[in-house]
Design a binder for this molecule. Structure first.
Ligand code: NDP
Ligand code: GDR
Length: 339
């Protein structure tokens, strides 16, 4: 039985990757942070019934990307076959407010886990996946973006991701570590954090539909993103680590849409006129914006035989359906407590 260690297991991608690896028969270990409230909501369907304990092949360990000793200890004890480094302060806007801790977790955190692999003598035994990001391309220099497009990061988050990306390349070149980076473009799902723009939109529109909310405030609606489906994308993380040779790959749909188009598609799926509800709020603007992202995943298609299954319209529908269910449930609870 193969053993995997995932940082960021409680996040959107961590939860889908865990499901995929469990289905493939892996023993999955994840690092969780101590929090004052439960942070395992995205994994709880994998827990034993009526219990706060994970099921047989899933194990959770306290740790942190800012704690080298804990990382070394875990790697030494577990000796995993594969390590997926997904942990991050992953909100671009927030990274302008907390640049130091973002750099610590995203940049130095990657350094710590790579060094922990070396310290524990796992180079040559373990395969490493780094969650790189299309945010590294930042200011538009080439369209569509490919693996060789120069980076021009536009936020503390993106700068830290560039550091993590090059470290991954460096450990591959310096020590022969089987280390691959997935340069993933935005990917969304019903498990997306509610402060990212897609989920913020589908949550608000469905709540508006059910009479639970009056309006939605957004920042820049002109930026364009290449939005894919998280469930499709985690499969690529696994596939990269199954190759004989480690490498870096752009993972994208090769379609781009503006935030405004996402709003329009969502509200029209609910038969609502978006212009009646959506307001502008400068608080959601960023000091520097990434205007246009569109990725060409030709290398992944050729070398890994990968095609994204879900594209923009279907993605919006998946998220609207899930959030409408949630809003209906919320309304039912509200009515039950009021009566
Ligand atoms: P999420 O924000 O949903 O999840 C981030 C995860 O990192 C959570 O499990 C979080 O834990 C954990 N984490 C935060 N700080 C630390 C820390 N100090 N030590 C250990 N773990 C920590 O992100 P996604 O699932 O969307 O993304 C996964 C990875 O992929 C991230 O690295 C992200 O930057 C990157 N990425 C994401 C893209 C996307 O479109 N989703 C695109 C490209 C890259 P907790 O639950 O406790 O907060
Ligand atoms: P992004 O995603 O910054 O691309 O990073 P996000 O959904 O936060 O923003 C996308 C675009 O929408 C604009 N926007 C708003 N964004 C948010 N969050 N909230 C708003 O109210 C709002 N209004 C407009 C933004 O300005 C931006 O142009 C995501 C994260 O998952 C990163 O971790 C990951 O690396 C990249 O995707 C690829």
């Amino acid at each position: 039985m193969k053993k995997a260690l995932i940082t960021g297991i409680t996040g959107q991608d961590g939860s889908y990757l865990t499901e995929l690896l469990l289905e493939k028969g892996y023993e999955v270990h994840g690092i969780i942070r101590r929090a004052s409230s439960f942070n395992t909501g995205r994994l709880e369907h994998l827990f034993q019934p009526d219990s706060h304990l994970p099921s047989k092949n899933l194990h959770l360990h306290y740790g942190d990307l800012m704690d080298s000793v804990a990382l070394v200890k875990l790697l030494y004890e577990l000796k995993p076959d594969e390590v997926y480094n997904l942990g991050a302060q992953s909100h671009v806007r927030v990274s302008f407010d907390v640049p130091e801790s973002t750099g610590d977790i995203v940049g130095l955190g990657t350094q710590r886990i790579l060094e922990a692999i070396r310290d524990t003598g796992l180079v040559g035994k373990v395969r490493f996946y780094q969650a790189s990001s299309s945010e590294m391309f930042g200011k538009v220099q080439e369209v569509p973006q490919v693996e060789t497009t120069p980076f021009w990061p536009r936020s503390p988050y993106a700068c830290a991701k560039v550091y993590g990306h090059w470290l991954t390349v460096n450990y591959r070149e310096s020590y022969g570590l089987h280390a691959s980076s997935g340069i993933l473009f935005n990917h969304e799902s019903p498990r997306r954090g509610e402060t990212f723009v897609t989920r913020k939109i589908t949550r608000a529109a469905t709540r508006i539909k059910m009479g639970l909310q009056d309006s939605l405030s957004l920042g820049n609606m002109d930026s364009k993103r290449d939005w894919g489906y998280a469930k499709d994308y985690v499969e690529m993380m696994w596939m990269m680590l199954q190759q004989d040779e480690p490498d870096d790959y752009v993972i994208a749909t090769n379609e781009t849409h503006s935030v405004k188009e996402f709003v329009q598609e969502t509200f029209s799926a609910l038969d609502l006129d978006w212009e009646k509800y959506v307001k502008y709020d400068a608080r959601y603007e960023r000091p520097a914006e990434v205007d246009l992202l569109i990725g060409d995943p030709a290398k992944a298609r050729k070398k890994l035989g990968w095609e994204p299954k879900v594209k923009f319209k279907e993605l919006v529908q998946i998220m609207v359906d899930a959030d409408l269910k949630l809003a209906k449930h919320e309304l039912a609870v509200k009515n039950a407590t009021a009566s």
